[in-house]
Design a protein around this ligand. Structure first.
Ligand code: FAD
Ligand code: 2HG
Ligand code: ZN
Length: 477
């Protein structure tokens, strides 16, 4: 047994350390089941001080650390890799809500809090926590910070970093960096919070964060819209932004193929869905005015009138408005199940990509055509956060292809799509991060200067390459 196990047990007690192979195994595989590795143990601290002690211990015994939250990441960032002795540091038990400060409209939470539990706690206090994604029942807020998660409310509230006012983190030195004052203005030197947010566990272990709270929407209006033309979608987005301002919270897009796939695996959703159209939009507006029916009607009326106008001029094919909050949730359930439906199929290649919204239509037209020409019948499961310029442009094998099709074509398909992303000035990762999945493309994509800056930051903050080695950047040892 490696010496670290006894030392971890001394620090965390027997309940705080897993080391039997069958107990450690579930933590060593990613959500999609495409990455796996080995770890000596899973350490589960309950306090920031214990996290600091574990880091010091690992330094002393030359054991690497893979931070892990809910293990829902889609890039293999939380999965151990390589032969070096390493442990998984699970933040799941570091899960207290430290403070809700309603006068400052902030909440301070520990990294292991499950996202949905924070939303519920905040709702019970009468306020609103806007970060929302389909994995919210299992992902942790520490993982959200470490990946700068996006989700479905970015249009109005921004990404995780935009709602975060400060963090606490344990550095590779074992020291604790703490900045949890909940200040909305603070120009004191370099922005260390934003350096750690999105660093995917490579620069520090995030142990807590303080977040802005917002007024709770009084109710929502939502619609599903059948539409063929991506340029018209973009025009509709701008029209709604002009008319509703930031009452427009979500503008999501789902291709016909992504809906067909979802219905195939979850037939209960086969109701108000337009599979004849090339795309279906899910649009949501929130009403923030007090409980009176004219306010609620106003938001609904903006949506109705705008869609009517688009219907009359033939820019959209059909629309279904939700008639109750329950139906709004039903619409979202369809959208949320696309990833789960994809997980039920054999292999696919995920591209979580972004563009200037003005370039999205041309990217889709050009890339769809080239892919079909080179990989006849390839299924393009294209959906995502159109309002943020973020597509989940996922590729699956043609319907009648052999089971090893994706394996055989993965490299060529990836290079083709990445070349298209470069051509249209996009990003190879909009919200999921780099992890292991997109690591080999990072240097080329960001360029030598940016990459070398990242290497210099990693060396400065983690000179012994202790934290999540070989993730985001290739290790140089
Ligand atoms: P993990 O998967 O455990 O870890 C992710 C990365 O963060 C790893 O590199 C890990 O080392 C690091 N990390 C975790 N915790 C810490 C910590 N405390 N300190 C330092 N590093 C840490 N993502 C989106 O952005 N938008 C979406 O809409 C979205 N939808 C999803 C839907 C489904 C069904 C699934 C399965 C995933 C989805 N994701 C989405 C991806 C994923 O949920 C997010 O990336 C989430 O933020 C990861 O949180 P986690 O706690 O599971 O982190
Ligand atoms: C979403 O928006 C997630 O649903 C997951 O970011 C995307 O499965 C995917 O590719
Ligand atoms: Zn997404």
């Amino acid at each position: 047994m490696h010496a670290i196990i006894q030392r971890l047990q001394d620090c965390l007690g027997l309940a705080g350390v897993l080391f039997e192979k069958e107990d450690v195994a579930p933590y060593c595989k990613d959500w999609r089941g495409i990455f796996s590795g080995d770890a000596l143990a899973v350490a589960m601290p309950k306090t920031t001080q214990q996290v600091a002690e574990i880091v010091q211990l690992c330094q002393e015994l030359h054991v690497k650390i893979v931070p892990q939250g809910g293990n829902t990441g889609l890039c293999g960032g939380a999965t151990p890799e390589g032969d070096a002795p390493q442990i998984i540091l699970s933040l799941k038990r570091l899960n207290q809500i430290r403070e809700i400060d309603l006068a400052n409209q902030t909440i301070t939470v520990e990294a292991g809090c499950i996202l949905q539990s924070i939303q519920e706690k905040v709702a019970a206090s009468g306020a609103f926590f806007p970060l929302s994604l389909a994995a919210q029942g299992s992902c942790t807020v520490g993982g959200n910070l470490a990946t700068n998660a996006g989700g479905i409310n970015v249009l109005r509230y921004g990404n995780t970093r935009d709602i975060c006012l400060g963090i606490e983190a344990v550095l590779a030195s074992g020291e604790v960096y703490s900045h949890l004052k909940g200040l909305r203005k603070d120009n004191t030197g370099y922005d260390l919070k934003n350096l750690l947010i999105g660093s995917e566990g490579t620069l520090g272990i995030i142990t807590a964060g303080v977040f802005k709270l917002f007024p709770s929407p009084f109710d929502h209006s939502a619609a599903l819209v059948a539409i063929d033309d991506v340029s018209e979608m973009v025009a509709l987005l701008h029209e709604l932004q002009r008319r509703a301002g930031n009452e427009l919270c979500a503008f999501e897009m789902m291709s016909r193929e992504s809906l067909e796939l979802t219905i195939r695996h979850f037939p209960e959703f086969n109701r108000p869905i337009f599979t004849a159209a090339k795309y279906t939009l899910l649009i949501e507006l929130a009403n923030f005015e007090v409980d009176n029916s004219s306010a609620s009607n106003r938001v609904q009326a903006v949506l109705e009138e705008t869609l009517e106008g688009y219907l009359v001029k033939g820019a959209i094919l059909d629309a279904a408005l939700a008639t109750s909050e329950a139906q709004v949730n039903e619409f979202w359930a369809i959208r949320d199940h696309i990833t789960l439906a994809q997980a039920k199929e054999p292999g696919n290649i995920k591209f979580d990509i972004s563009f200037a919204i003005s370039k999205i239509a041309s990217f889709i037209k050009s890339t769809d055509a080239i892919l079909q020409q080179k990989f006849n019948g390839v299924q393009i499961i294209n959906f995502g956060h159109l309002g943020d310029g973020n597509l989940h442009y996922n590729l699956c094998a043609p319907k009648d292809a052999k089971s090893d099709y994706i394996l055989n074509h993965e490299k060529n398909m990836t290079e083709l799509v990445i070349a298209q992303i470069q051509l249209f000035d996009g990003s190879i990762s909009a919200e999921h991060g780099i992890g292991q999945l997109k690591r080999e493309y990072l240097m080329h994509h960001r360029g030598r200067v940016a990459y070398q800056m990242m290497v210099a930051i990693k060396k400065a903050l983690d000179p012994d390459n202790l934290l999540n080695p070989n993730k985001v950047l290739f290790s140089e040892e």
